[in-house]
Design a protein around this ligand. Sequence first.
Ligand code: ADP
Ligand code: ZN
Length: 517
Amino acid sequence: MQEPRALLASVFGYGAFRPGQEEIVDAVLAGRDTLAIMPTGGGKSLCFQLPALCLEGVTVVISPLIALMRDQVRSLREAGVEAGALTSGNTDEETEAVFHALDEGRLKLLYMAPERLAAPGTLGLLRRVGVSRIAVDEAHCVSQWGHDFRPDYLRIGDLKRALQVPVAAFTATADEETRAEIVTRLFDGVEPATFLRGFDRPNIHLAFAVKDNPRRQILGFAAARKGQSGIVYCATRAKTETLASALREAGHAACHYHGGMEAEDRRQVEVRFQQEDGLIVCATIAFGMGIDKPDIRWVAHADLSKSIEAYYQEIGRAGRDGAPAETLTLYGPDDIRLRRSQIDEGAAPPDRKAADHARLNALLGLAEAVGCRRQVLLGYFGEASAPCGNCDLCDRPAQLFDATDAVRKALSAVLRTGEWFGAGHLIDILTGTATAKVREKGHDGLPTFGVGRELSKTGWGAVFRQMMGRDLLRPDPDRFGALRMTEAARPILRGEESITLRKDTVQVSGGPVAKAL
Ligand code: ADP
Ligand code: ZN
């Protein structure tokens, strides 16, 4: 067997391993089943490429992205490594060359799209050529609940059983559930050697802002970064188009990208983004996987992501070159409602929905964090860290207040109106605003009417949003989004627990914090 450390320099030209790589390489070489969870850009490919060169036989690499496979094959060949790919993008000559190299026993790495596993003859071929390891890139594609699900990934388990070789699986998706699903489907439920490492991307500045006028906020953010490449993630296709044209009107190079566009138009945007400096792409999450541009300087979210993992993946596209990069995530009560209803209205079974609500809660917890955001984010991925000095809350610590009293008043307004109303109406009641609707419902006669005059309407807006963020109140899709109290709120209502909220997240039109808070 060849010595991996020597090949690291002679083939790949690297002076040292990156954090985590060496342990993974050693485990793969030792023939252990491995699962490595590393952030995007962490250097996963080396962890299967290097062992492949040290071992006898072929390492089969399953990857969902033809473009990335071709890239990797090209750079391996440039480094003098015998590598090839079998994909639908091949010319006949390319495929012929791969078979030839396989027959001669020269090939060290064989990249394959998962669909190929279904083709007749594939298993026989792999049996014949002598496979040393199966490497699975983007292993979370095996998860039926993730948005990257690839049914053909389910065949990898069969392949492993048929060939009886170790599997090394790689993903940047770290949540427990996905990890468990990978273990079930790729490793027959037998816990592999698991490596979870290096989720920090210290060069990425983290910031959140309460959504107030998203168009103005995004334009402002982009204006301060003119000429830099950036991505604006939007929740809807329509918004990608309107924001892109607003940015163009403001003098930026900008285009939109979403799954409803023709494949050719999408490809054009991808190519432009890759090649041009300073292009802004307003996109749905369809834009992302497979984008390999190292100098994306910023990522903004015009709408809140659906979970903390999605958020992490999306902001992680910025600053892969290690130079400073910035992010801004806008969020508000409408985002919380939208994401909750997407979960509630989805087809998933109830336990899955509960898990999705929990992942959304983790993101909302990050949005309403009271200390360093990076600590909260890395904490979610199981990494302890010190305050980072590179997030908005390290830059400017949050101001807090004891909101126990306010939260109890809000809960009381919710309960006394039968959990049938949204925040706007409840705030009218609390602030003693006798609107036509308040009078019509007789809510001006409630004991809660006017008990919250110490806070402004925006102040109450912030309280309600943070209560939704902490999952004390949840919109009920069967009641047109009316807010209902959750079990988590009960101890506060009973006076058994107190609660601290932020008072500095209510910036109205750049103006001061809501007065009464
Ligand atoms: P990902 O984890 O996203 O698949 P890659 O394998 O593409 O990441 O690696 C990301 C970048 O890091 C690549 O440009 C690669 O050349 C570089 N890289 C990987 N390992 C090392 C190393 N040990 N030393 C220096 N650069 C490395
Ligand atoms: Zn911080």
